[in-house]
Design a protein around this ligand. Structure first.
Ligand code: AMP
Length: 392
C-alpha cells in the first residue's frame, strides 16, 4: 500500500511517498518558494535527485507537478497506486485528541483554529484543498502535532492567569512536536519491549521541546500556547518574563507584533551568540573561545536541563532519556554537556557510544538506569502509519 505524507507550509510543500508494506521511502522532496519568484522543486528517488526551477503560483501547482513527475519519472506507474494521503497539521486545538479522516467539517475546524497557528494552519488547508482537487477519490488523514499532548492534566496545561482567558479564548498549553515525541516513545517501547516506561524526550532542532511521557502518554511538555514557549531554541527565546514585552516596547517604540517577531526570529542561540542560530557554528565559536557563543550554548543547556530535571520529579523518576532532531541527533558536544549537568540525577554517558550522529543508539553506560538513547525522529513515517491505520 502506497501512502503519501504531506507537510504544507505557507510557501513550501514537503512530501514523502512510502511503501507501507515495509515502511520504505519510495520518494521524497520539497517544493519551495510557492507563490514567489524563484520557485523550484527537489525530488529524491532510488538514489537519484531531480532539482528544477518551475513556476509555482499556488499549492495546487505544486501538487499537480508532483503527481505528474511521480508518473513521468516512473516512480509509480499510475496515480491509482497512491491509496491515501496524510497531512501534518500544527495545531488541532482542544478539538482533536488524535489523527482523523479529513472531512469538510475537519477543514472548517482548521480554518476556525487559525488563530492558534496563524502561519501554519491556513497553509495546511491550502495543501489539503490542492490534494482534494487533484485526487478527489483518495482518502486523506489529518495528523496533529498537538494531539499527543491532549492527555495532559489541567494542572499541567493551564496557565495561572484569569480562568476566563481559558474559558473564553482557549488560552492554555497545547504543545508541539507531538508527532515526533510519539514516534520516540513508540520506538523506545518497541526496542525495550515494554509499555510502562517513564520517558523524557528531548526534540532539539531549530525548534526545541522536551516532553514527559508515562506509559506512552504525554504528561507535560515544554512548548505552550504557541511553539515560542519552553526551552531556548535557534531563534526563539523560550520562556521569558512577560513584563519584558511592554518594557522593551516602550524603550524601542515597537508594537507587540514587532516584539513577538524579535522573540521568534532574533532570540535564542542567535540572540545570545550574536553570531548564528546553528548549533554547529555555536560549538565552533565556543572552541575558538568566543564568549557569546559559549554563553549561548550554556544557556541552551541550562534551559533544557531545567525541564528534564522538573520532568524527572513529575514522572517520579526516568527510565529513558532520549535525544532527537538536528541538535539532539548530531551534536555530540551538546549531549555531553547536558548529560554532565544531569549527573546529580544519576545520568551517565558512555563517551564512546556518544560518538555517533543520526543513528538509533544507546549512549548511556552499561545497563544502568536511566538509559539514554539517540533516536532519529521520523514524523513523516508516523503520519503515514496513522494514515494507513485510519483509511483501513
Ligand atoms: P532540525 O530543525 O531538526 O532540522 O535541526 C536543525 C538544527 O540542527 C540546525 O540548525 C543545527 O543547529 C543542528 N544541527 C544539525 N547538524 C548538526 C551537527 N552536526 N552538529 C550540531 N548541530 C547540528
Amino acid at each position: 500500500m502506497k501512502v503519501m505524507s504531506i507537510n504544507a507550509g505557507s510557501s513550501t510543500l514537503k512530501f514523502s511517498l512510502f511503501n507501507m508494506d515495509d515502511e520504505s521511502v519510495i520518494a521524497s522532496g520539497n517544493f519551495e518558494r510557492i507563490g514567489m519568484e524563484g520557485s523550484f522543486y527537489t525530488i529524491k528517488y532510488r538514489g537519484e535527485k531531480v532539482e528544477q526551477d518551475v513556476t509555482l503560483e499556488n499549492h495546487l501547482d505544486a501538487i499537480n507537478i508532483l503527481l505528474e513527475r511521480l508518473v513521468s519519472l516512473s516512480i509509480i506507474s499510475s496515480l491509482d497506486e497512491i491509496k491515501a494521503i496524510g497531512h501534518r497539521i500544527v495545531n488541532g486545538g482542544s478539538l482533536y485528541q488524535e489523527s482523523v479522516l479529513i472531512t469538510d467539517k475537519v477543514i472548517e475546524d482548521l480554518i476556525l483554529l487559525k488563530d492558534y497557528a496563524p502561519l501554519h494552519n491556513p497553509a495546511h488547508v491550502l495543501g489539503i484543498k490542492a490534494c482534494k482537487e487533484a485526487l478527489p477519490e483518495v482518502p486523506m488523514v489529518a495528523v496533529f502535532d498537538t494531539a499527543f499532548h491532549q492527555t495532559m492534566d489541567p494542572v499541567n496545561y493551564l496557565y495561572p492567569v484569569p480562568y476566563s482567558w481559558y474559558q473564553e479564548y482557549g488560552v492554555r498549553k497545547y504543545g508541539a512536536h507531538g508527532t515526533s515525541h510519539r514516534y520516540i516513545a513508540k520506538t523506545i517501547s518497541d526496542i525495550l519491549g515494554k509499555k510502562d516506561l517513564k520517558i523524557i524526550s528531548c526534540h532539539l532542532g531549530s525548534g526545541a521541546s522536551v516532553c514527559a511521557i508515562k506509559d506512552g502518554k504525554c504528561v507535560d511538555t515544554s512548548m505552550g500556547f504557541t511553539p515560542l514557549a519552553g526551552v531556548m531554541m535557534g531563534t526563539r527565546s523560550g520562556d521569558i518574563d512577560p513584563s519584558i514585552i511592554p518594557f522593551v516596547m516602550e524603550k524601542e517604540g515597537k508594537n507587540a507584533s514587532e516584539i513577538i517577531d524579535d522573540l521568534n526570529h532574533h532570540s535564542g542561540l542567535l540572540g545570545v551568540s550574536r553570531t548564528s542560530n546553528d548549533m554547529r557554528d555555536i560549538v565552533a565559536g565556543m572552541n575558538e573561545g568566543n564568549e557569546n557563543c559559549t554563553l549561548a550554548a550554556k544557556k541552551f543547556d541550562r534551559t533544557v536541563v531545567n525541564y528534564i530535571a522538573s520532568y524527572y520529579v513529575l514522572l517520579g523518576g526516568c527510565d529513558v532519556l532520549c535525544f532527537t532532531a538536528g541538535i539532539g541527533e548530531n551534536s555530540l558536544e551538546t549531549r555531553m554537556r547536558i548529560v554532565e549537568l544531569l549527573r546529580p540525577l544519576g545520568f551517565e554517558l558512555d563517551i564512546e557510544a556518544n560518538n555517533c550522529r543520526g543513528e538509533l543508539k544507546k549512549i548511556s553506560k552499561g545497563k544502568k538506569k536511566p538509559l539514554i538513547y539517540v533516536v532519529p525522529t521520523n514524523e513523516e513515517l508516523m503520519i503515514a502509519r496513522d494514515t494507513k491505520r485510519l483509511v483501513r
